[in-house]
Design a protein around this ligand. Structure first.
Ligand SMILES: Cc1cc2nc3c(=O)[nH]c(=O)nc-3n(C[C@H](O)[C@H](O)[C@H](O)COP(=O)(O)OP(=O)(O)OC[C@H]3O[C@@H](n4cnc5c(N)ncnc54)[C@H](O)[C@@H]3O)c2cc1C
Ligand SMILES: *[C@@H]1O[C@H](CO)[C@@H](O)[C@H](O)[C@H]1NC(C)=O
Ligand SMILES: *[C@@H]1O[C@H](CO)[C@@H](O)[C@H](O)[C@H]1NC(C)=O
Ligand SMILES: *[C@@H]1O[C@H](CO)[C@@H](O)[C@H](O)[C@H]1NC(C)=O
Ligand SMILES: *[C@@H]1O[C@H](CO)[C@@H](O)[C@H](O)[C@H]1NC(C)=O
Length: 503
């Protein structure tokens, strides 16, 4: 929680009423039958949520097959240290992430509040900014150091979040969008689209945020959340800043429990298989897709009426799926993903490295870093297990504890020896984590071909669990409306006004 308190929970109370999910509408194809088989590729939060929403909209009859080549959860995953599990991928959820909230509620899972702990910013030589126990004192300090920047920034982020939250209302009324641009435009007009195309630093400077604030506060937050700098687009930058507020939570037992829970609730068939190719198959009027896949025991193929790709399609380390018999609406596949290495270390932090020779005097639970040449890590934080028992307390810095280090490259022995006095275990996860953002990047299509949808294009606006969940709901609605030729439910303009008059 770098930025202290927020007014946002007030909206949460008002808005959660919008998230009432109606009975599954009946899937009646205008020309005849409802779809009989739908495939979802990927069982991360995006694919699992898609399966759940497809079931909701298409009803109990349709067969929903979910293909997963690795583990259910995808980028939501845990590693085990000393009989406890720790999040190694997507970890924190914002209080206003209403789809995630609703999943947890429906699945009977529990919230795990983030444990209090002080945060500091390190510039490679010393700690330059620290959080204190007292929120008001923080505010005064930030005010002193950065002038009006902090308040302006807070208001900017809140205004964006408030607009973004219109999506829950539109989706509860059944409206869908055929592209990420249409979706963003309906929420925040051309301003939102513009925010996906210009650097965060430009937007903030225009707001009057000082360069010093950008260097000392914003850049460290971008480094910990997206492993990148303030040249990333303003939209993902705002999402990242919202993720630095203090009203955050996670799922007791691990965030990935949401994925397995949703698949079960959707009564989806989970196939442990890697999809290798998707070909279009025409039989008379009907268009279907043939998926060829490899399972641990052999090869197979199946025909589907609707297919949702819920995995990144980038060229390097992506899904590896070949498309046959139809053109894709991309000149080239979306560009590469950024590599982020999560290293979970059980050991003694070298507090001397941060200027505290006596570990007992080291007051921080997490350290962010400024953009500093030669600094080999983005952040290091003492982490809590996914199951917190009643008596849990954070380890003191003089005790052995569990730490998570994010870095752009794997840490070598000398790096580990610099950050830790000594350690018992080291576990490394190399993620193709999120897009390598660039402000001239366009947003990939949602509809790749009739009845073939792509979820992860939304990550080029911003990558987060809730973004994949919003995209999942949108694709389930879009697939339903397209199948039933309900054009008046797709890409409608002036939705705020329409919804008011519908009520
Ligand atoms: C280190 C890290 C930290 C993060 N922190 C946060 C955070 O704090 N908060 C937050 O909201 N978000 C965070 N994120 C982002 C968040 O984790 C992702 O946006 C989200 O999990 C993406 O979910 P997804 O289902 O869209 O994709 P994925 O989780 O990537 O799911 C895609 C699935 O498809 C499978 N697959 C791929 N190809 C095939 C194939 N050919 N056949 C079959 N299966 C296939 C993959 O195995 C994978 O399981 C973080 C991400 C990382 C890496
Ligand atoms: C975004 O808006 C700003 C002004 O608010 C403008 O200067 C800039 O050119 C716009 N960028 C794009 C890509 O439209
Ligand atoms: C951010 O990183 C990109 C790519 O590594 C680089 O081109 C750009 O100059 C950097 N911007 C800043 C402000 O450091
Ligand atoms: C952790 O929490 C989950 C969800 O509440 C629960 O199912 C699981 O049994 C717990 N595990 C342990 C080891 O307590
Ligand atoms: C800890 O940090 C100090 C200061 O940077 C460094 O001199 C030392 O080598 C590091 N490692 C250990 C194991 O103390």
């Amino acid at each position: 929680a770098a930025m202290g308190g927020s007014l946002l929970p007030v909206f949460a109370v008002v808005l959660s009423a919008w998230l009432v999910v109606g009975d599954p509408e009946e899937a009646a194809h205008v020309d005849g039958a409802p779809p009989s088989k739908i495939a979802v590729v990927g069982a991360g939060i995006g694919g699992s949520a898609t399966a759940h929403f497809l079931r909701q909209h298409f009803g109990p009859e349709v067969q929903v097959d979910v293909f997963e080549k690795g583990e259910v959860g995808g980028r939501l995953a845990t590693v085990t240290v000393n009989h406890n599990d720790y999040e190694s991928g997507g970890a924190i959820i914002h209080a206003l992430n209403l789809h995630m909230q609703e999943f947890v509620k429906q699945l009977g899972l529990k919230y795990r509040r983030s444990m209090a702990g002080k945060m500091a910013v390190f510039n490679g030589e010393e700690v330059i900014l620290e959080e204190t126990d007292w929120y008001l004192l923080d505010l005064f300090r930030l005010w002193w150091r950065y002038g009006i920047s902090f308040i302006r920034l807070q208001m900017w982020v809140e205004e964006i979040m408030e607009k973004f939250m219109r999506i829950y209302k539109y989706q509860a009324h059944g409206y869908a969008f055929s592209s990420v641009e249409q979706l963003l435009d309906s929420l925040g007009g051309s301003g939102f689209i513009n925010m996906t195309q210009r650097p965060l630093s430009d937007s903030l400077l225009e707001l009057g945020v000082s360069q010093r604030f950008i260097d000392e506060v914003i850049a460290p937050v971008m480094r910990v959340n997206y492993g990148q700098n303030v040249s990333i687009p303003a939209f993902v930058g705002a999402v990242s800043l919202a993720g630095a507020q203090n009203n955050l939570w996670a799922v007791e037992g691990g965030n990935k429990l949401v994925c397995s829970g949703l698949l079960k609730m959707a009564n989806a068939n989970l196939l442990q298989a890697q999809v290798n190719s998707i070909s279009s198959v025409h039989s008379g009027e009907a268009l279907q897709y043939q998926l060829s896949f490899t399972t641990p025991t052999g090869k197979g193929s199946e025909l589907y009426d609707i297919v949702v790709l819920a995995t990144p399609l980038q060229t390097d380390g992506g899904s590896g799926i070949q498309f046959q018999g139809f053109p894709l609406p991309f000149d080239q596949l979306p560009s590469d993903y950024h590599k982020t290495v999560a290293t979970i270390v059980h050991g003694y932090l070298n507090t001397s490295f941060f200027g505290f020779p006596d570990p007992r005097l080291f007051p921080y639970a997490s350290i962010l870093t400024t953009e500093t040449p030669d600094l080999f890590f983005n952040s290091v934080a003492s982490v809590c297990p996914v199951n917190i028992s009643a008596g849990f307390r954070r380890k003191q810095p003089q005790e052995a504890g569990v730490y998570k280090v994010f870095s752009p490259q794997p840490l070598d022995k000398s790096h580990l020896k610099t950050l830790f006095r000594s350690y018992y275990s080291v576990q490394v996860t190399e993620w193709q984590s999120y897009p390598r953002y660039c402000s001239s990047q366009g947003l990939p299509s949602v509809e790749l071909h009739p009845n073939l949808y792509y979820l992860n294009g939304i990550e080029w606006a911003a990558s987060a669990m809730e973004m994949s969940s919003v995209a999942a709901k949108n694709i389930a609605l879009l697939a339903y409306h397209r199948w039933n030729r309900q054009t008046d439910m797709v890409d409608q303009k002036d939705l705020m006004h329409r919804i008011k008059t519908e009520l």
